[in-house]
Design a protein around this ligand. Structure first.
Ligand code: VG1
Ligand code: CO
Length: 558
């Protein structure tokens, strides 16, 4: 068979192609500018070196604007750099967790995801790209650092000389020895989920007349997944799907599943005839929000409650190997781990840090406060997994509740949990698109307070137990990640944390995380903002955030 001819095209380094918390994210226009995307992808291939020759690469994305054109560029670069095959989701669609499942099931070399996650899409918004490696995990820093080095010295792009591929039809197109296989975007992922959950049980639970749900796809990638999984496989009526048609601009919305941006779903769940459960997913399908009838499950609670109720999920029937959360995520999971005597890990922000723990068989369930929940069935956070996990918990808790009896709902599960473990009140304040210098001043100010706050120092009514810049030593490979967030841990277990976001595309985003524990049952139903008001005041004062940024209030509160 003929090999593909390679054309070399001269290029020059482009500044600022540094990978953040989760891939490279920039304005779409930047990505569409000459060689911008190609430079980064070619740099990745240079960074990976000879090991890519003869391998198979997966490709897909969240359907945002420029994705289809980007796919054609990437296919040609893959051919020109020695890959033998590309497996690509139909219409270039693949949810992030589906990519991870696809790589694992088909034992592929790795995959490229074209997404800027929950950032808005379209010509005036964001595009992004990230690489997942052979276990289906986001590329570790050892690779992303190398990519950046290559972007600084790149001089040539290697394109395979081939025509555009029709991505709308499932099947294989061969160009000599190079093949492009277009696959159904849901199939492999669905097979993985069937190994985790009891689909027949979920189906019979969802058929109950006293149960109903709404899933909000936010016009992003999870629409087709929800249709196939919730409706076709589990029998939910079509009316339970909201905004499940993917759109290149997410219909002008902000596909971030939280109480601010999923406001239509919030209205339904706080309305008169609210369904039993509401759920939403982000642009690329790795985040989730779980709601009950007039009730919000914080992501920090969600992972703790899933871990505490793991017996409801067949995949975990022999118990959990361990659990993990990112540092800013609340300590609700810690309490479950200690009660169940499970190995517990606290990692930096970003899913890539969970992968080593899972590969080493030390972590079954993990989560982040940023609406990320997942398990070791794949190596990405997984929005649909969280939805099916909560459905499994409801099905399990209602096993002996007859139809028309008092159905155990989402809020009941939470109340039962808090009554057993206490409640970790949690909130995150995001200040988006802050001037970078002002954001740096806030962080410097917080660093100064840390330096002058030894154990025993009083900040407001809170007594410092420890204050530091979080540093993580990976227990599996010993790699060190420093500078992962400025934190104050107080004597009563309360915490204040400041970090700068690593996923933005313009300016700086300051994240302030606040947590306070209570085991007083009369407080459990209190609004988090109310419960946390005193400690939030301390955090704002010590950081002098308003003085440095001019912001009186955050852009988003979660
Ligand atoms: C944010 C979240 C982090 C998450 C990351 C990627 O990062 O805080 O928890 O892993 O986004 O999520 P940062 O650096 O902006 O705080 V996603 O859904 O964008 O892939
Ligand atoms: Co995402």
């Amino acid at each position: 068979v003929k090999t593909v001819t390679t054309k070399e095209v001269a290029t020059k380094p482009i500044d600022g192609q540094k990978t953040g918390t989760s891939g490279l994210r920039k304005r779409t226009q930047v990505f569409m500018s000459e060689n911008y995307l190609a430079n980064w992808v070619q740099s990745l291939f240079y960074a990976l070196g000879d090991e890519i020759v003869g391998k198979t690469l997966a490709l897909g994305g969240d359907g945002r604007y420029f994705g289809k054109e980007a796919a054609q560029i990437i296919i040609k670069l893959a051919a020109g750099n020695g890959f033998k095959r590309i497996v690509i989701g139909k219409d270039a669609l693949l949810a992030t967790p589906a990519m991870s499942a696809l790589i694992r099931r088909r034992k592929l070399y790795g995959g490229l995801l074209m997404t800027a996650s929950h950032n808005p899409g379209g010509p005036d918004n964001d595009f992004g790209i990230k690489f997942n490696y052979s276990a289906g995990e986001p590329a570790p820093e050892s690779i992303t650092d190398k990519i950046y080095d290559e972007t600084m010295k790149i001089s040539a792009l290697k394109f395979g000389d081939l025509s555009d591929v029709d991505l709308s039809k499932v099947g294989v197109t061969a160009f000599g020895s190079f093949e492009v296989e277009v696959v159904d975007s849901v199939e492999d992922y669905l097979s993985t989920l069937k190994e985790v959950f009891d689909f027949p049980l979920l189906k019979s639970f969802m058929a109950r007349k006293d149960f109903s749900m709404v899933f909000d796809g936010m016009h992003a990638v999870t629409g087709p997944y929800a249709k196939r999984i919730l409706v076709e496989e589990l029998g939910a009526p079509d009316s339970s799907l909201k905004d499940c048609e993917p759109s290149p601009t997410f219909n002008g919305g902000h596909p971030d599943p939280n109480l601010t941006y999923a406001e239509e779903l919030v209205k339904i769940m706080w309305g008169d005839k609210a369904p039993t459960m509401g759920a939403a997913s982000d642009g690329d399908g790795d985040r989730n929000m779980i709601l009950g009838d007039h009730f919000f499950i914080t992501p920090s609670d969600s992972v703790a409650m899933i871990a505490a109720n793991a017996e409801a999920i067949p995949y975990y029937k022999s118990g959990l190997k361990g659990v993990a959360r990112s540092m800013p995520t609340s300590g609700a999971l810690d309490r479950v781990a200690s009660a169940l005597k499970l190995p517990f890990f606290e990692t930096p922000t970003g899913w890539k840090f969970f992968g080593n723990l899972m590969d080493a068989g030390k972590c079954s369930v993990c989560g982040e406060e940023s609406f990320g929940t997942g398990g070791d069935h794949i190596r990405e956070k997984d929005g649909i997994f969280a939805v099916l996990a909560w459905l499994s918990i409801l099905a399990y808790k209602n096993k002996s509740v007859p139809e028309g009896g008092k159905l155990v709902g989402i809020k009941d599960v939470a109340m039962e949990h808090w009554n057993k473990y206490g409640r970790n009140f949690f909130s995150r304040y995001d200040y988006e698109e802050v001037d970078s210098a002002a954001a740096a001043s806030v962080m410097d100010q917080v660093r100064n307070i840390i330096a002058s706050s030894p154990k025993g120092t009083k900040l407001g009514s809170f007594t410092v137990d420890a204050a530091d810049d979080f540093k993580y030593v990976d227990p599996i490979d010993g790699s060190v990640a420093a500078g992962q967030g400025l934190r104050f841990v107080f004597a009563d277990g309360s915490r204040i944390i400041f970090r700068l976001s690593g996923t933005g595309s313009a300016g700086a985003t300051i994240r302030m995380y606040i947590e306070q524990y209570s085991n007083d049952p009369t407080q459990y139903e209190k609004d988090a903002q109310e419960a946390l008001a005193p400690i939030i005041k301390v955090a704002l004062e010590l950081s002098q955030l308003e003085k440095f940024t001019g912001r009186e209030r955050p852009t988003v509160i979660t």
